[in-house]
Design a protein around this ligand. Structure first.
Ligand code: CP3
Length: 355
């Protein structure tokens, strides 16, 4: 641990950006969704006494927390420390993050009048986000920073349900029963997400990821009709900035190609679909990111190592592979296992073995 941050190099020529573009890499790049967070004792220490959303709006905290996993694990990218509800709160939505629960919205959105009252996001309401990105990229040198936003469906689900939901029943009911209200809501959310991505990209992020974590709850026809155009609008907000766009969801085996077609360079794959199968479903047109089951980080190393090797082998089927988990790091994960995974991915993919 406590690796020095590399201070030289151009993040646009990093293995992460190269893999995202389907170019040859020195080693398979690796980072972890939720690498900044409760699995790290240094994160728990620095967060003490500060709420999640307050921490997300404090540039010195955002900078330190974003850098912690890069220093400790030697990952090939930093992910901006923030949350998908930060731009909603900055726009004026009354939302809190309740520990152990997730985002909770005071006044759920259910009607045309609720949608009309949803404010838009002005870039100057998130000036602190641009400040954080500039501070982080100054420290990272050649290591790329990934900016992110929540996709319209996943944000809409939190806003409509009022909090985390297993079945997304109010969301699906609105989508099916009042498609004009649904479309008006998602158009506003695409604008908010697009603005949030653009602020981060303009301030120096080298890639962006659109998180549609819960969209695997939909069928392909519903995704194509009710969601894909809005996700495409969010991703289009940074299309002219020439940085790779990653599009991720959980349980999205049926949706992979449609998520690529929304305007991604890289499609995130959870642990349910092997990467060679994912590459085939994607028509070999996109790089892939994933797909180690986060629960397997709790297994003995002898069981984990062959899974890593298998993912690296199957990842070669795609034009590019970014090693990651199939979803975020679980809070009780031993951080030393994460460091070991990084070392293993680097050692077994070095010297063109996996390029
Ligand atoms: O390291 C990283 O990946 C960057 C930070 C990041 C966070 N949230 C920090 C966070 C990212 C990329 C997110 C995105 C996010 N937030 C998503 C999409 C990714 C995914 O996991 O599918 C979603 C669905 C959310 C909503 C959300 N925010 C949930 C479900 C939770 C967990 C609630 C809990 O306490 O279990 C949060 C809070 C949150 N966001 C934490 C962190 C580190 C934990 C809060 C804390 O540490 O106090």
């Amino acid at each position: 641990m406590s690796l020095e941050l590399p201070t030289t190099g151009d993040p646009r020529d990093s293995d992460l950006v190269r893999a995202a573009r389907g170019l040859p890499v020195r080693r398979t790049p690796v980072w972890f969704m939720r690498q900044a967070g409760r699995s790290l004792p240094e994160y728990r220490a620095i967060r003490e006494g500060t709420s999640m959303l307050q921490a997300c709006r404090t540039p010195d905290l955002v900078t330190e927390i974003t850098l912690q996993p890069v220093r400790r694990h030697g990952v090939d990218a930093a992910i901006f420390f923030s949350d998908i509800v930060v731009p909603l709160q900055a726009a004026g939505v009354d939302v809190q993050i309740v520990p152990g629960v997730g985002p909770v919205v005071a006044n759920p959105i259910r009607t045309a009048a609720d949608v009309a009252a949803l404010p838009s996001l002005q870039p100057d309401a998130v000036e602190d986000i641009a400040t954080s990105v500039r501070q982080i990229t100054a420290e990272l040198g050649g290591v790329p920073l990934i900016g992110f936003a929540g996709a319209p469906f996943t944000l809409a689900s939190y806003l409509i349900e009022g909090g985390p939901s297993k079945n997304h029943e109010h969301t699906k009911a609105l989508m099916a029963g009042a498609p004009e209200v649904w479309n008006a809501l998602c158009a506003k959310l695409a604008d908010i997400s697009g603005t949030f991505l653009r602020v981060q990209a303009s301030a120096g992020a080298s890639a962006v990821q659109l998180f549609d974590s819960w969209v695997g709850a939909l069928s392909l026809p519903d995704y194509l009709r009710h969601v894909q155009p809005h996700s495409a609008a969010a991703l289009a907000a940074v299309a002219d900035l020439d940085i790779p766009r990653i599009h991720f969801g959980v349980g999205t085996g049926e949706l992979l190609a449609a998520m690529g077609q929304a305007g991604a360079d890289v499609v995130g794959v959870d642990f349910r679909v092997p990467l060679d199968v994912a590459a085939e479903r994607l028509g070999d047109a996109y790089a892939v990111q994933g797909n180690l089951d986060p629960a397997l980080l709790f297994a003995p190393w002898e069981a984990l190592q062959p899974v890593i090797a298998d993912i690296l082998t199957r990842g070669k089927s795609a034009p590019g592979h970014i090693f990651n988990l199939g979803h975020g790091v679980l809070p009780d994960t031993d951080p030393e296992v994460l460091t070991r995974v990084v070392e293993e991915v680097h050692a077994s993919s070095a010297n063109g073995q996996n390029s």
